[in-house]
Ligand binder design. Structure first.
Ligand SMILES: C[S@@+](CC[C@H](N)C(=O)[O-])C[C@H]1O[C@@H](n2cnc3c(N)ncnc32)[C@H](O)[C@@H]1O
Length: 183
């Protein structure tokens, strides 16, 4: 049966290789940061963002425990400020919206900053790159975030971007994702 996380990674892996620069816009416990760090290797760069210091600590521990290459910068700030920290184009970016698993469920991504951050991330995309946005419609804010992202992505110029949605249609509360690919 389909594994949504593996499917997400398979899309991303088509666009990144060792030495690339990438961004994890919702660091959380660092699973995606670790995946990026190991994939782009010692010559690559990984920028990761979260507004919770506890996420940075948890991610740092995960990276160290797994002997990840020293290619990461962990930033305690909102993802809509990403372009203040990232000084070049990125080959891949990932949003995993919602709240920190095992953490405070009231500290969740919110529509205003999420939409601004997705726009910032799109502005950072290199040629032949990908942005992946995983949405969790099982809670109210997640459902609204998904709808707003959908509306915004529909307006992007098809000559520059291919925007798609991947959803298991007989499981309406399961996570689903959008991809934005550049030419
Ligand atoms: C679903 S979790 C991410 C899970 C993560 N990808 C992992 O591998 O564990 C969502 C994260 O987004 C963070 N977050 C919420 N608002 C944010 C914002 N404005 N900027 C950056 N991160 C934010 C939360 O603190 C939370 O840790």
């Amino acid at each position: 049966m389909l594994d949504i996380l593996e499917t997400e990674k398979s899309f991303i892996l088509k666009h990144i290789k060792e030495g690339d620069t990438v961004a994890d816009f919702t660091m959380g416990n660092g699973h995606d940061t670790l995946f990026f760090s190991q994939t782009v290797g010692v010559g690559g760069r990984v920028f990761a963002f979260d507004i919770q210091q506890s996420a940075l600590e948890s991610t740092k521990k995960r990276l160290e425990d797994n002997n990840a290459p020293q290619n990461y910068t962990l930033i305690c700030d909102s993802h809509h400020n990403a372009d203040k920290y990232i000084d070049c184009k990125i080959k891949a970016g990932m949003f995993n919206l919602g709240y920190l698993p095992g953490g405070d469920k009231t500290i969740t991504t919110k529509r205003e900053t999420t939409l601004a951050a997705v726009k910032t991330a799109i502005g950072l995309l290199d040629t032949d790159s990908i942005l992946l946005i995983a949405v969790y419609p099982g809670h109210e804010e997640g459902e609204i975030e998904g709808e707003l992202i959908n509306e915004m992505l529909q307006t992007l110029d098809r000559k520059k971007y291919c925007c798609a949605k991947f959803r298991i249609i007989n499981s309406p509360t399961s996570s689903y994702f959008y991809i934005v690919e550049t030419k």
